[in-house]
Design a protein around this ligand. Sequence first.
Ligand code: PGA
Length: 236
Amino acid sequence: MKLVFGNIKMNMLNQDVTNYLDGIENDSNAIYIPPFIYLKDFINKGLSVGAQDVSFKEIGAMTGDISASQLKSIGVTYAIVSHSERRANYQDDKFSNQKIKRCLENGIIPILCIGELLEEKEKGITKEVLTSEIDEAFLDINPDELKDVIIAYEPVWAISTYEGILPNREIIDDIALFIKNYLKDKYNLSLRLLYGGSVNEVSCDEFNNCKFIDGYLVGGCSLKKDKFKELIEKCK
Ligand code: PGA
């Protein structure tokens, strides 16, 4: 079985949510990550949910932010930390460590996104980028506290709204094994590892053969509930 996390990103109007949720059932391998304002609709439907981001601060004067304790208080289980879109637009490189700490203090499972840009891949520095993103995020945290963290490897060039280039299975498995070995050797951790970037109900036929991937972080396909359901079923 592979886990399937659906990151709806900044999509859906209020009136679309009812339609989307109509007929949706809880699948043990599916987690929905809607915009903050719809989290409660998904929770009330009995679905497993995550947030698209979390504040690096605990509580108080942080206009526009949502804290890990607030997420916990409404029944959210996961939070994405430092998605590449937030690294690009909101300097999340600087905040991944504090965001992970806030999640861990409040019993939220962080999904740490790492991944290289196309130009970094072309320069041959993919592995350096990935290890430095991991090391920055894990700085000063006791590895014992990190054992539930989920890593999402998302090569930025593979995300559908960027270049959307589909990597082949060998490339993903090679990088996934590298990440798993690095986590084991440096932190003595065996973490769950997701792949993200143009995963859908068709491309998963290839990705499902990856030996070192435990699931997917899905963007575009999660907006189309029938196709997303097909993907979830194929991953059971
Ligand atoms: P995509 O997005 O599935 O649309 O490529 C993945 C992501 O950004 O998490």
